[in-house]
Design a protein around this ligand. Structure first.
Ligand SMILES: Nc1nc2c(ncn2[C@@H]2O[C@H](COP(=O)(O)OP(=O)(O)OP(=O)(O)O)[C@@H](O)[C@H]2O)c(=O)[nH]1
Length: 467
């Protein structure tokens, strides 16, 4: 591990520990415990190498913490702090490494499943860290029963929020620092590139969230009613607004900022009586925001699938599905006296090219032919790949005899291609139909296919008109 990575994680652990102390509302209980997130993310991103900076980070502070409290060095304190560091590191180490395995080995799993898996790992590792940590404290303080019974829930919740909030940010920062490219992490931030880099709207939404937090806390401070604190749950609106409309990296930043403002605000506005409500709100918000990032990711996937369904990968021509949609639109918006026609052509003896020169050459024929024909077409015409070596030319506003002439023109323009020193004259057999009123797209195509087959039977390189 690079020394700079060690120093960064160690320093982050130590500093976030002291920051979390500022958010403590009871002994050992922070509103949210950032170091837990540092530990988890270190193992998630760095793998087993995360052990040393995390272990020494927590050992440093817990040892320091104890000597401060107890005035001086004591071997049992040293043992306690070592043990505490170990159980914390092992809990989040196991969690981080399991998450690393889950995300990197099951990359193809749907996004919601990945997130659910991750949240379950968060919950379980925080639970382990809480109980093992409490057992060590109980052993050290001789107050076994009380500290576990009184403290476990808030401790666990605080740790869990820390893990949920800090992990996304560190999955952005740590790979940059170490120069790693982790595609299984980058998947979460994939759609970021497609969203506007404009910061203004993000700042407005984040400011709105901060205004809501401060207003509710001021109100809570002023009005002595336990119900006021529950209004903090309205924060979900700006937070989700950010998650749905902004880059995932910014949603991660907003989660960090919003939770920090709440956590510091509880002390600052002196509303610690309601700390558990605020803590629970933080937890729900973090959980929700996390799960909600699947929505933009799914929308993005949807768009990619749509593109796949619309454009043929090899030739970049519209697919059959898109052609059907476009043709139906033209027909729907036509006047009754408007005629439209369509030609379906099939390359002659294409299988021979594949067999003799290989499918790569066959692919290049399809690509080059498509590119050349595209430049030959009129603006109103639509060229698409129907399937295999079959193509459609939709000719709006042409009746059957005009379409026949047009198909003849296109047939004569079929090019001689030069591919890898091969000279390949391309020919095609055309079937031409006029779209009939009330006929479905599939029926039109079926008639065109019959005409194309007839052209093949009549010796190929011909145009046949369907009756
Ligand atoms: N290289 C390549 N070949 C394809 C692709 N799609 C379909 N084919 C091949 O295209 C050929 C189509 O052959 P047919 O149209 O049945 O026959 P043909 O050799 O063109 O003969 P006729 O149509 O009777 O003139 C088959 O060998 C398919 O394997 C593709 O995307 N790339």
């Amino acid at each position: 591990m690079k020394i700079s990575t060690f120093v960064f994680v160690f320093a982050l652990w130590v500093s976030s520990f002291y920051a979390s102390n500022l958010m403590a509302y009871a002994e050992f209980i922070s509103l949210w415990y950032m170091p837990a997130g540092v530990s988890f993310a270190a193992f998630l991103v760095l793998g087993k190498r995360g052990f040393f900076p995390v272990f020494f980070g927590i050992w440093f502070v817990s040892f320091h913490f104890q000597t401060q409290f107890e005035n001086g060095f004591d071997p049992t304190h040293l043992a306690t702090s070592l043990l505490f560091s170990l159980v914390h590191t092992l809990s989040y180490g196991a969690g981080g490494l399991t998450a690393r395995f889950w995300l990197s080995h099951y990359v193809q799993k749907p996004m919601p499943l990945k997130i659910i898996g991750l949240l379950v790992i968060f919950i379980v590792s925080a639970l382990f860290a809480t109980f093992s940590g409490l057992l060590v404290w109980a052993y050290a303080t001789d107050d076994y029963q009380n500290i576990i019974a009184d403290g476990w829930f808030a401790w666990w919740l605080g740790d869990l929020i820390g893990v949920i909030v800090v992990t996304p940010i560190l999955t952005i920062i740590l790979p940059k620092l170490t120069g790693q490219k982790l595609s299984w992490i980058e998947i979460f931030f994939e759609h970021d590139k497609r969203l506007s880099p404009n910061y203004a709207s993000f700042i407005v939404k984040l400011s709105l969230a901060i205004v809501i937090i401060i207003s509710i806390m001021l109100l809570d401070h002023a009005i002595d009613h336990p119900g006021v604190a529950y209004f903090i749950f309205f924060l979900a609106i700006p937070q989700l607004w950010i998650v749905f409309t902004e880059r995932t990296s910014r949603a991660s930043i907003s989660l960090l900022v919003i939770t920090s403002v709440i956590a510091f605000g509880v002390g600052l506005f002196n509303v610690t009586d309601q700390a558990i409500t605020y803590q629970f709100a933080l937890f729900v918000m973090a959980f929700m925001a996390y799960f909600a990032i699947t929505v933009p990711a799914l929308a993005q996937q949807n768009n990619a699938l749509k593109e796949l369904a619309m454009l043929d990968l090899l030739t970049q021509l519209p697919t059959r599905w898109l052609t059907k949609t476009l043709v139906e639109q033209v027909i729907k918006s036509s006047k009754p006296n408007q005629n439209h026609s369509l030609a379906l052509f099939d390359i002659d003896r294409f299988a021979l090219i594949n067999n003799e020169y290989g499918e790569d050459v066959g692919d290049k024929v399809l690509q080059q032919l498509s590119a050349i024909l595209k430049t030959e077409l009129r603006d109103s015409e639509i060229l698409s790949r129907y399937r295999g070596d079959r193509f459609i030319v939709f000719m709006p506003n042409l009746d059957l005899s005009q379409a026949q002439q047009r198909a003849e023109e296109i047939r004569r323009k079929m090019p001689v291609l030069r591919i890898d020193e091969l000279v390949l004259p391309i020919r095609g057999s055309f079937g031409v139909v006029q779209v009939q009123f009330g006929e479905s797209f599939d029926e039109t195509i079926q008639r065109a296919q019959q005409a194309t087959s007839e052209a093949k039977q009549k010796g190929r390189n011909k145009v046949v008109v369907a009756v």
